[in-house]
Design a protein around this ligand. Structure first.
Ligand SMILES: [Fe+2]
Ligand SMILES: [Fe+2]
Length: 129
């Protein structure tokens, strides 16, 4: 991962509970860590493009799929789990709306970036077989 990005999410990705998720299958074909790293990378560049806070956005990306099940609209559950590792309410709110339109409407630039980046990467992940 990019040297500018990793230090901003290292505490999350190096958490021992998070590390246990690395090899879980996520969004059909990809491993959790691959899907998450890709979502972080795309979120970073989209956030820069639209002037969103890059740190808030990528921390939300690092935490967005923290809850394993159910995968169908798990945003609320992910937000609850994410709040155990993150104090920034903007990060938590972005996690909570990452499955828009299945979840609530994103309310910040950062939340919109995550919702869009996750969808882009779900498409990319389809070719991971
Ligand atoms: Fe998700
Ligand atoms: Fe995701």
């Amino acid at each position: 991962m990019n040297q500018k990005i990793y230090p901003l999410v290292a505490d999350i990705l190096e958490n021992s509970e998070i590390k246990n998720k690395y090899n879980n299958k996520k969004h059909i074909f990809s491993k959790w860590i691959k899907h998450t790293e890709r979502t972080i990378a795309v979120s970073y560049y989209l956030a820069k493009l639209i002037g969103a806070n890059t740190c808030t956005t990528i921390r939300a990306a690092a935490l967005h799929d923290i809850a394993d099940e159910p995968q169908f609209n798990h945003s609320k559950k992910c937000a609850i789990e994410a709040s155990k590792l993150e104090n920034n309410s903007k990060v938590i709110k972005a996690v909570e709306t990452h499955m828009f339109p299945l979840s609530k409407l994103p309310e910040s630039k950062e939340a919109w970036v995550l919702a869009i980046a996750d969808k882009v990467i779900n498409f990319v992940d389809l070719f991971d077989f």
